[in-house]
Design a protein around this ligand. Structure first.
Ligand code: TRP
Length: 332
């Protein structure tokens, strides 16, 4: 076994610093990140180089957005004592390893990543860059630079992980067994829609953010779409098709209350307005402590920078020797 092989299972994941996170992140990736802290050595990165694949003309917000994102991580319980939290661009090994992997990765492998052509069509010429094509290659470097084997991500990242495994196999075939093959670890969550029943997205403004005020939560929940067949209060509702019901379950409205709501809705005794009021109360109880912790961290950005600097130091201690091993294997 190589000296750079970790003794414990190592987890790596990253998020682009897009600013404030929302409940999709909380119940998706972040919930998984928090749980994994107890089971493995976790490394979580603010992937700021990846943020440059879109919006590279306007770079003024990247550092601040990274701080906002880390404040959210800390607020939901990511523990910088137990995990390594760092900015990708602080560790130059990521870019070096990506360049090395680029030498052995056939262009066709990158071109056939399903999100590539789709996003290119959607976002147009501005994204028709070498960096965007190489996005999954840098992502592969992120993961294998730490010899991480578990990667908690959403469903949308599966093609990237598949590609990462293929690149690892190719590298190991040519140069010897240096890198383990990483596995995706999917969060066990149902699809969470935005308050307008569309895909949850920051750009749609349909996501409850982790910094939402009580008023914003009231407003968001008030605008939620319920069973379209329930026109009048006297019509019985169908919780199965109602996003409010889905949110009750997601946010953990207690079971006895859920039973009352289910019975009230299906018998037309409970109106949607009242039901939403109950949901808003549950959501406020979940968001309030997160919002408060988040605000406290944001009042002290130096502390966030200290955490990231300490993380960079610890990340470097792993990445340096692994890159050296990869370079030696590649004859450099
Ligand atoms: N591509 C990931 C996303 O958009 C972010 C990411 C970059 C990542 N590098 C990574 C995720 C490494 C997991 C591991 O969500």
């Amino acid at each position: 076994m190589s000296t750079t092989t970790p003794a414990r299972t190592r987890v790596f994941s990253g998020m682009r610093p897009t600013g404030e996170l929302h409940i999709g992140h909380l119940f998706g990736a972040l919930g998984n990140w928090v749980r994994l802290q107890d089971q493995a050595e976790c490394i979580y990165s603010v992937v700021d180089l990846h943020a440059l694949t879109t919006g590279y003309e306007d770079v003024g917000g990247i550092r601040r957005n990274g701080q906002l994102m880390v404040a959210d991580w800390l607020a939901v319980g990511i523990d910088p004592e137990r995990c390594i939290l760092f900015r990708q661009s602080d560790i130059s090994e990521h870019s070096e390893l990506a360049a090395m992997l680029g030498m052995i990765t056939p262009l066709s492998w990158l071109e056939r990543v399903p999100t590539y052509k789709g996003q290119l069509q959607e976002l147009g010429e501005s994204i028709d860059t070498f960096g965007f094509l190489g996005y999954p290659l840098l992502q592969t470097a992120d993961i294998i630079l730490y010899k991480a084997t578990e990667v908690p991500v959403g469903q949308d990242q599966l093609p990237h992980l598949e590609l990462a495994r293929e690149i690892v196999r190719r590298f190991n075939n040519f140069y010897g067994e240096v890198f383990p093959e990483p596995q995706a670890r999917l969060a066990d969550v149902p699809l969470i829609l935005g308050v307008d029943n569309r895909k949850m997205s920051k750009s749609y403004g349909n996501a409850i953010t982790l910094g939402s005020s009580d008023d914003e939560i009231d407003r968001m929940v008030g605008s939620m779409i319920t069973d379209p067949q329930r026109v009048r209060k006297s019509d019985p509702g169908r919780p199965e098709v109602c996003n409010v019901w889905a949110y009750h379950n997601l946010f953990g409205t207690p079971a006895p209350e859920l039973d009352v709501i289910y019975a009230g809705c299906t018998s037309a005794e409970l109106g949607c307005v009242q039901d939403k009021r109950a949901l808003a109360a549950t959501i406020k109880d979940v968001i309030r402590p997160i919002r408060e912790r988040r605000a406290a961290f944001l009042e002290d950005p130096d502390r966030i920078e200290d955490i990231l600097a300490d993380g960079a130091r610890r990340a470097k201690a792993i990445a340096g020797p692994v890159l050296a091993e990869a370079k030696a294997a590649m004859g450099l």
